[in-house]
Design a protein around this ligand. Structure first.
Ligand SMILES: Nc1nc2c(ncn2[C@@H]2O[C@H](COP(=O)(O)OP(=O)(O)OP(=O)(O)O)[C@@H](O)[C@H]2O)c(=O)[nH]1
Length: 397
């Protein structure tokens, strides 16, 4: 994973290091001219430098394009061997500049180790080749005293040891850093998974709390929250607001005669009928057992009554009744409406419940408007009527 992760960076860095090394190597042509003047050696040196620079640039280009260092390590090794060979060849071509060449070998060795990252074995072998090759060439071409030769050997050993361990340490640190980063990534990933899992659990819990399991309608508590918000908005906008309490008639006998499973099916069908025949902005909840509750925003009491009657009719036509030929499925609906700004949800529910009770008492299968609301409406109508008579009388006089 580490190798895969750093591959693009190694490719880029190797490509850059090689291009710079090739150009620097080429620029030494100036010093060649200074040492040799226009001579056969200069031409040989120039030809050699040109070949090295061109081949290094081609290899740098190839490494940049396709040089995956873990699979094509030879591609990374090749330019090092070319450069090393060229440096070794300078010894017989410019034997008088041996001290400068020792420095060049030390710098090249350090550059191999430090500028070509994450390829320690390749770099170490190429450095060894450069150092041994240089020593052999120097011994053959120049007459070096033994002490000087020993000093050069020691200097090169030191350079290699320093370069080798510097690169080794660098690689170890990079691997450690990568391992830590990887650990952090895994932990982050686990954390994200945990958060997603918790969120989905929360959503499921919320759904469980908000929905009635059997009918899929709002649970009682969720209905109360939504209805309360709708009521407040209606009162703020001075818009009408009505509320139904729907109760299935003789539901106990359905359970007792056809069983609870059939009873459940009846409840589900009634819930579906409510959903189908009411508007999307109406809020429907299961209040408990076989009782449903509906909040109708922006609905006047007379319109609510029409809606309730339509719903009552639709329930009697439900196909679920085919299994119960002797039974007539009916509902009783109690309605209440907002009269003033003081009316709260609890009062509305109480009034609708009272109307429902009246409906049950009067024989079921009916829609009853809350008496209190009815009285209040008639009182207001009376008030309006009286006021109209008074206004008319005033006009007449
Ligand atoms: N199948 C089923 N039955 C339920 C459920 N919740 C409540 N019940 C039953 O509904 C019945 C309600 O009976 P009652 O309160 O006597 O009302 P009713 O028989 O409909 O009589 P009225 O309302 O006076 O017409 C009880 O037998 C409850 O056990 C439910 O989720 N599924």
């Amino acid at each position: 994973m580490y190798r895969r992760d750093i591959a693009p960076r190694v490719r880029r860095e190797s490509c850059l290091a090689l291009s710079v090394a090739a150009l620097v190597f080429g620029m030494f042509a100036i010093s060649d001219y200074h040492y040799t003047g226009v001579s056969t050696e200069l031409y040989l040196l120039l030809a050699m430098r040109l070949i090295v620079v061109v081949s290094c640039l081609i290899l740098a280009f190839l490494i940049g394009r396709v040089g995956d260092y873990s699979r094509k390590s030879w591609l990374h090794a090749l330019p090092l061997w070319i450069l090393a060979t060229a440096i070794i060849l300078i010894v017989p071509l410019r034997p008088e500049s041996l001290p400068t060449q020792v420095t060049a070998v030390v710098v090249a060795t350090m550059a191999f180790y430090l500028l070509i990252p994450n390829l320690l074995p390749i770099v170490a072998i190429a450095s060894l080749y450069l150092n041994l090759g240089f020593l052999a060439a120097a011994m053959m071409v120049a007459d070096i005293p033994a002490v000087i030769a020993l000093r050069i050997v020691l200097l090169l050993i030191m350079t290699n040891v320093v370069g080798f361990f510097a690169l080794l340490r660098l690689e170890k640190l990079q691997r450690k850093q990568f391992a830590l980063l990887q650990e952090e990534r895994v932990q982050n990933h686990q954390l994200v998974e945990e958060i997603t899992h918790r969120k989905s659990l929360e959503a499921q819990l919320r759904l469980l709390a908000e929905r009635d399991e059997l009918t899929g309608l709002d649970s009682r508590s969720h209905f109360m929250k939504r209805a309360q918000a709708l009521l407040l908005r209606s009162q703020h906008d001075t818009a009408p607001f009505s509320l139904f309490m729907i109760d299935v008639d003789h539901f106990k006998s359905i359970n007792d005669t056809w069983g609870h499973i059939h009873g459940d099916r009846v409840l589900t069908s009634i819930a579906e009928t409510c959903k189908r025949s009411l508007r999307p902005q109406d809020v429907i909840g299961r209040f408990g057992g076989e009782e449903f509750i509906v909040a109708l925003p922006e609905t006047h009491l007379k319109d609510a009554k029409m809606v309730a009657e339509r719903l009552q009719r639709k329930v009697t036509e439900l196909p679920v009744m085919e299994d119960m030929p002797d039974h007539r499925l009916t509902v009783t609906i109690g309605i209440a409406g907002v009269l003033d700004e003081e009316t709260d949800l609890a009062t509305l529910i109480k009034q609708a419940d009272q109307a429902l009770y009246v409906g049950k008492h009067d024989g079921r299968n009916r829609v009853v408007v809350s008496q209190k609301v009815g009285d209040e409406i008639s009182a207001r109508a009376m008030h309006r009527k009286e006021r109209a008579i008074y206004e008319q009388a005033k006009k007449d006089t």
